[in-house]
Design a protein around this ligand. Structure first.
Ligand code: HEC
Length: 136
C-alpha cells in the first residue's frame, strides 16, 4: 500500500469511530421500524418520561435515569453507588455526549439493565436521544 492509501484508511477508521447525534437517530429509526412496522417517529416527551420513570426492583431499591444523571440532564450527576461525578448528559452542556458509538451503546446497555432490568428497545433509545437533543 502507498502512504496515501494508509492515510485514506486512517481517515476512514477515524470517521467511523466518530458519530454525530443525528447518526444515532438514523440507525435507531431503522431498527425501530424492524422492531415495529407501525413505528412513525421518535418523541421527546416519551424520552423525558423514560428519563424520569422510576422502577422498584425486587431488592426494594428504586431507580430512574435521573437517580445518577439528576432531574436536569444539563447538570452534572453522581453515581448512586460509587459517588463518582458524572458529567452532564445533554449535548448542549457536554459536547462529548452522543459522539462515540461504542460508548453510547455500552452505557445504554448497562444503564437500561440497571434501571429497567431489561434492554432498551431502539425506539426507547431514539426517544431518549431525541429528548436529550431537545434540551437547549
Ligand atoms: C447507577 C447510575 C446510573 C444510572 C441509574 C443511569 N446511568 Fe447513564 N451513565 C452512568 C455512568 C457512570 C455513565 C458513564 C460515565 C460518563 O459517561 O460520564 C453513564 C453514561 C450514559 C450514557 C452515555 C452517553 C454518552 O454519549 O457518553 C447514556 C446514553 C446513558 N448513560 C443513558 C442512561 C439511561 C437511558 C438511563 C436510564 C434508563 C441511565 N443512563 C441511568 C450512570 C448511570
Amino acid at each position: 500500500m502507498t502512504r496515501f492509501t494508509f492515510l485514506l484508511a486512517g481517515l476512514f477508521v477515524y470517521s467511523a469511530a466518530q458519530a454525530a447525534p443525528q447518526d444515532f437517530l438514523q440507525s435507531y429509526a431503522a431498527q425501530a421500524k424492524q422492531e415495529n412496522p407501525q413505528f412513525q417517529a421518535f418523541s421527546a416527551t416519551r424520552g423525558e418520561q423514560l428519563y424520569h420513570a422510576r422502577r422498584t426492583h425486587s431488592s426494594g431499591k428504586s431507580l430512574s435515569c435521573a437517580t445518577c444523571h439528576t432531574d436536569n440532564p444539563k447538570s452534572a450527576g453522581r453515581h448512586e453507588k460509587t459517588g463518582k461525578e458524572i458529567l452532564p448528559l445533554a449535548p448542549v452542556a457536554n459536547r462529548e455526549r452522543l459522539s462515540d458509538n461504542a460508548k453510547v451503546e455500552k452505557w445504554f446497555k448497562r444503564n437500561c439493565q440497571d434501571v429497567l432490568e431489561r434492554a432498551c428497545s431502539a425506539q426507547e433509545k431514539g426517544d431518549f436521544v431525541t429528548y436529550l437533543l431537545s434540551i437547549k
